[in-house]
Design a binder for this molecule. Sequence first.
Ligand code: ZN
Ligand code: ZN
Length: 359
Amino acid sequence: MATVLPKTMRAVVYRGVNDLRVEEVPVPGIRASEVLVRVGACGVCPTDIKKIHTGSQPPPRIYGHETAGTIVRVGARVWGWEVGDRVGLHHHVPCLECHFCRHRAFAQCETYKRTGITAGFEPAGGGYAEYVRVMEFCLPGMVRIPAKNSLDEGALLEPVNTVLKGIRTLPLLAGDTVWVAGAGPIGLMFIGMLAALGFRVVASDLIGSRRRLARRWGAWKALDGADPNLVDTLRRLTRGRGLDAAVVCVPADAVVAQAQAALRGGGTTLLFAQTLRGRTAPVDLGVVCVDEKGLAGSYSSDFTLQKEVARWVFSRRLDVRPLITHRFPLEQTADAVALAARPTGQSLKVLVESGGSAG
Ligand SMILES: [Zn+2]
Ligand SMILES: [Zn+2]
């Protein structure tokens, strides 16, 4: 089964702020407890864009963490996986045993914070390369992709997981009304899943084509995010009672205040796109205390939801395929990142596809 692998591969190396270079690097070696995956597709994620634009982590690194591909090497001490298996990867896996994990705060677990997938340098995901090494502690995060599904679908398991995790933090009852602010790829996933679960979804976006998409993905109403009367409209749609929850999928702080104003007493605003520390906004503490309007955050994925997420995606109860609007070859990763950072009316999820070799 051992195919001959090349010694070197192409990879897109982050060399500094907004500096991505296509370089020739060694194909990673693996230990007996690890596997090597030939990358087929890797989604461009806003958290990678943030790191590339702000330089929040020192170079050099190879980013890309929404990765799917085909196993090409299996370490001697790895069971249950074979060369040729098509897999979706999770670059973070929690220990499930520490104080944080026992509180289900998986994203705060020290093991989870380590990145266990790499194409070289300090592990950073590695999906913008031809091959990635999956370390032992990330093997439980590997998900088999059924024959009828594409590697692209496998690459979207991780973002769908983050969305389902976010939904699970909301104390919702059947028929509740939820505002999803922002109908980009993540917003549309929220809309599709919330609608499928029986909630009434009001979407908003600044881009008209995205509002139309939001309706197609199951939103009951799709509003213009720039409408100065947005809060009034949201309240009117709930006959004055207010929203049960709001999910903020845009990094616009003013939306958080709008969400708090449009909630009913006891409702929750979920922050999903506020991923930069140090961002502050005025909060009416009395509204949080007396009106019990909660401010919650959700970040990254929940390992325990992995099987459920695979069912959502692979059964196509949530069909993620229409989300993928652009595919770039590995050499054009910088263009892929630029497009994902400044979406147009036509762009949603952007993938980098490295499939140089067959498969
Ligand atoms: Zn991501
Ligand atoms: Zn833990």
